[in-house]
Design a protein around this ligand. Structure first.
Ligand SMILES: Cc1cc2nc3c(=O)[nH]c(=O)nc-3n(C[C@H](O)[C@H](O)[C@H](O)COP(=O)(O)OP(=O)(O)OC[C@H]3O[C@@H](n4cnc5c(N)ncnc54)[C@H](O)[C@@H]3O)c2cc1C
Length: 473
């Protein structure tokens, strides 16, 4: 394709959603992707043994289920199916003792003792109105706000440090630990403002749309997007790393699904100095060290309830989670880190041969950390599931450098496209009502370094595409 209206660089969920949105508006779209396969953080690969399909990046798709972009695209038409684990999340408080987050707020509340009523009222209430919640959090620049009630409610409960909610909002360990583990998805010190917000959002979505996985692996989300793009006449070229804007065909718009460091590499010579300097000040957050395993049987959890959970937080008490995240924010990893584990086969047995399983887990580490954390993570799992190691028949680990080599957007192992502290949420990547625009009229940014930050929701791409259509259409 030489005659194009738009070029999209990078085929993560944001790049692909942008490409489809532009193609649906009648534009001729070319997507250029550095890796050999499209999908970015949605790729699924046989990392360990033949027949074992591992999501190298994202697995849990509450955001695909709730995102206004994905709902508008309705990818079920292109074969995407989501499947729910029996339990969304289990938080291991101590060996044999857990708190469970069910899709049903009432069932969750039943396990949370004296905190159950408050959990059901606040988080169950937001779950019932999840469309407004998703609109408020994932589309935060829309004015006037589409869901003022949910926005206000989210603000009331979410603007605080998670530690404040843990202390003042709940009375017993199960709700406190569950909330702390959810807040740890912010990858910030949980004393920081807004960290309660991520917990409120994640719990609200669990009660509203669940925490499903994509049948066949997250690659199916990317494949459905590419099928739609091609049906609309769009083209995607893999194995094509873009090094400079100069090499792109002329187009009405160029959308970069890249983080600021790469934007500077590709377009720095064309950007005005003041804007380039702001991008150069972009701060990346902590990284992750990830392990993927092929197992010849389910994980032997001491608490059998964890066997049904799609996601398991090996976090211990709320205090332990807070301590673990504070250490990481200060550039260290403790002996018992917060470990986030996903057992996708609880929802989708097609990931592995019959009776076998794929599982992954990561812990947060300082950005660019180069130590092998496999032993630390496996020891943590063994504490809650003695005998885990005996089930391992294949293993693949990836630290920050390997992750970045796999997807250049994972700078220093940061899976969120840059720290999502309040400063970098207010200015993502720069302070503007249209943060997807750049000083070059034809150039737009659409990665998770734009609003609404990390996660496979495609909203950066969706909003960048709509802006491009408005300004360049
Ligand atoms: C281990 C891990 C677990 C995760 N778990 C979840 C989860 O369960 N749920 C969830 O919602 N999110 C999860 N995420 C986060 C989610 O994957 C990301 O937030 C999301 O993929 C970001 O989308 P994106 O389109 O902005 O960028 P990416 O998905 O990173 O895509 C960027 C693409 O651009 C390409 N690219 C980079 N540079 C160039 C270049 N110069 N030329 C051409 N192409 C280029 C890359 O190869 C890549 O394909 C996880 C991420 C990781 C790594």
């Amino acid at each position: 394709m030489t005659d194009v209206d738009a070029v999209v660089v990078g085929s993560g969920p944001n790049g692909l959603v942008a490409a489809v949105a532009l193609a649906e508006a009648g534009w001729r779209v070319l997507v250029l992707e550095a890796a050999g396969t499209w999908g970015g953080g949605l790729r699924t690969e046989e990392l360990t043994l033949p027949g074992f399909r591992h999501d190298v990046g994202a697995t849990v798709h509450a955001l695909v289920a709730a995102s206004p972009a994905f709902r508008a695209l309705d990818l079920a038409r292109d074969g995407l199916a989501l499947a729910h684990p029996p339990v969304a999340l289990g938080h291991a408080i101590a060996p044999g003792r857990s708190a469970l987050l069910h899709r049903s707020a009432a069932a969750t509340a039943a396990g949370l003792g004296r905190d159950g009523r408050r959990w059901a009222r606040v988080l169950g209430g937001l779950g019932e109105r999840w469309e407004g919640l998703a609109e408020s959090v994932l589309n935060p620049t829309g004015l006037p706000p589409r869901a003022p009630r949910e926005l206000l409610e989210f603000g009331v409960h979410g603007l605080w440090p998670a530690t404040a909610t843990i202390r003042a909002g709940f009375r017993e360990e199960p709700a406190r630990a569950l909330f702390a583990g959810l807040a740890a998805h912010a990858v910030l010190d949980l004393h920081a403002p807004l960290t309660a917000g991520i917990a409120v959002f994640m719990a609200g979505l669990a009660h509203g749309v669940g925490w499903p996985v994509a049948v066949g692996g997250s690659q199916s989300v990317a494949d459905a997007l590419v099928a739609r793009l091609r049906a609309l006449g769009g083209e995607i070229r893999t194995g094509h790393r873009v090094r400079s804007l100069a090499e792109l065909p002329s187009a009405r718009a160029v959308l970069l699904d890249l983080t600021p460091r790469q934007v500077l590499r590709v377009a720095g010579d064309r950007l005005p100095g003041s804007y380039a300097r702001r991008l150069a000040r972009w701060r990346y957050g902590p990284g992750v060290f990830k392990a993927d395993w092929a197992l010849d049987g389910p994980i032997p959890w001491l608490d059998p309830a964890l066997a049904d959970a799609g996601t398991v937080h090996l976090g211990g008490t709320a205090a332990a989670v807070v301590d673990s995240e504070r250490r990481v924010a200060r550039g260290r990893v403790g002996e018992e880190p917060f470990v986030l584990l996903v057992q996708a086969s609880t929802a989708d047995p097609s990931r592995a041969p019959e009776g076998k399983h794929t599982v992954w887990a990561y812990c947060h580490v300082p950005n660019g950390d180069d130590r092998d954390r496999t032993e630390l993570i496996e020891r943590r799992i063994e504490a809650f599931a003695p005998g885990f190691r005996e089930r391992v028949i294949g293993r693949r680990t990836m630290g920050p450098a390997a992750l970045e080599a796999w997807d250049a957007n994972l700078v220093g192992g940061d899976i969120g496209g840059g720290s999502a502290d309040w400063r970098q949420l207010a200015a993502r990547p720069t302070l503007s009502r249209s943060p997807w625009a750049t000083p070059l009229p034809e150039l737009f940014l659409c990665s998770s370094s734009t609003l609404p930050a990390g996660g496979a929701h495609g909203m950066g791409g969706w909003n960048a595409a709509r802006l491009a259509l408005r300004r360049r259409g």
